[in-house]
Design a protein around this ligand. Sequence first.
Ligand code: SF4
Ligand code: SF4
Length: 130
Amino acid sequence: MIKILKSIKALLEGLFTVVKHLFKKSVTLQYPEERPVLPERFRGGHTLNGCIGCGICRQVCPCNAITIKKVEKKVTSYTINLRQCMFCGNCQYYCPVGAIKMGNNFEPATDCNNDLLKELVTNNESEADK
Ligand code: SF4
Ligand code: SF4
């Protein structure tokens, strides 16, 4: 008898939980149709604009994810390896000229491994956000 009462109590508790949540606002989103509101300081995909090629970002990157190539003091290639990057934000924080920024792109997932090598092409006037 006690066993039956316990079962009924558990059943009622379960039903009560279901009914309670029926009238609450949903916490899930119909992604990708619905987009999340990102926090103000969200750190997503990088953009580069006006890089002077000082290399500080490369030095402070804990994951060794940044590769910079220069020809006669001009940056010819700037690559971030997203297979290694942990989106810590050090590169953005320490850049002396604010050239590298972390944006709102939170969808770097891809089925192609090479797509994770982000070439942020710069000639000190163009910008590529990939
Ligand atoms: S966010 Fe962090 S890990 Fe990623 S490239 Fe910048 S410094 Fe390196
Ligand atoms: S992104 Fe900033 S820190 Fe990195 S090489 Fe360019 S200017 Fe220097």
